[in-house]
Design a protein around this ligand. Structure first.
Ligand code: SF4
Ligand code: SF4
Length: 279
């Protein structure tokens, strides 16, 4: 089963919940954890995996052999991302815009385009006790996380419960991370911003037809509008976690809070059982 954990905005405690969920389940079930927040991966600070190997991840970007090129402009026409421009007797390539789709090389009538691998980041694989751990680290300044997210997701192990920590927000990286999930947990907080971003995230998961529920983190800091919205929309509230000084201290020390507040382990196992019923 693939369970993704997402939130419409950053700072809701999504990774904390993903990590504690994985650690709670791993004694009873085989678990794999994928950190798809490749622009800012931080689950490894809590899970502390032993990284056993890493792979450079690149995308194929075009290079033009000008001796073969007739400057017909077909490559620029086919590129949906404006990563190639043909101006008079010049072919300009903008590698940062290229998505590596291969369309230009395929359609070049002169076969004048070859593809070169451009490294955009790394994928690391390791074990955190019994948890299989995979994450991606996008190179600084690299604008396109989705190809790296796809590479991280290629490691999905269907024999385990797969927990995906998705990037915050509701744009392409979040969608790439959660699509194909059997269930999505949306983490939010009871504030006007939390509610606004939750509504956006709900729109995305509904469009993708992924069953989902909500966890309200720091549930006692704001008002009741998130709860009211969930009731109105018939969205299951899977769990409410209060603002708790001990949880905050554990977080600041890089310690998953189930190791200090043992009662939460059972609650996360219960959460998994409830998800099984919902899908
Ligand atoms: S499609 Fe091929 S031949 Fe035409 S401009 Fe592009 S690289 Fe040159
Ligand atoms: S590989 Fe795709 S995205 Fe990149 S330049 Fe060619 S057509 Fe554009």
């Amino acid at each position: 089963m693939i369970i993704s954990i997402a939130s419409g905005k950053g700072g809701t405690g999504k990774t904390t919940i993903a990590v504690n969920f994985a650690l709670s389940l791993c004694e009873s079930y085989p678990v794999q954890f994928l950190d798809c927040d490749v622009e800012e991966p931080n689950a490894h600070f809590f899970l502390k995996p032993n990284i056993s190997f890493h792979t450079d991840i690149g995308i194929p970007v075009p290079e033009v052999d000008e001796r073969e090129c007739t400057y017909c402009g077909k490559c620029a026409e086919v590129c949906a991302y404006n990563a190639i421009a043909v101006i008079k007797q010049n072919v300009l390539i903008f590698p940062e815009l290229c998505h590596g789709c291969g369309g230009c090389a395929l359609l070049c009538p002169e076969k004048a385009i070859i593809e070169k691998n451009r490294i955009i980041g790394i994928r690391e694989f390791g074990m955190a006790d019994s948890i299989q751990f995979v994450h991606g680290k996008l190179n600084i300044g690299e604008p396109m996380p989705t190809p790296l997210i796809r590479e991280v997701k290629k490691c999905i192990n269907p024999t385990r419960i797969v927990i995906i920590d998705a990037p915050p927000g509701t744009s392409c990286p979040m969608i790439e991370s959660i699509k194909e999930s059997n269930f999505c947990i949306l983490v939010t907080e009871p504030t006007p911003f939390g509610l606004n971003d939750l509504k956006l995230a709900v729109g995305v998961v509904r469009k993708l037809r992924i069953p989902f529920g909500v966890i309200i983190n720091r549930a006692d800091i704001g008002d009741k509008r998130v709860e009211e919205y969930c009731i109105e929309e018939k969205i299951p509230i899977l769990m409410s976690i209060p603002m708790d000084k001990e949880i905050a201290i554990a977080y600041s020390k890089g310690v998953p809070f189930i190791f200090e507040k043992f009662e939460w382990k059972e609650k996360f196992i219960e959460l998994y059982k409830n998800i099984e019923i919902l899908i």
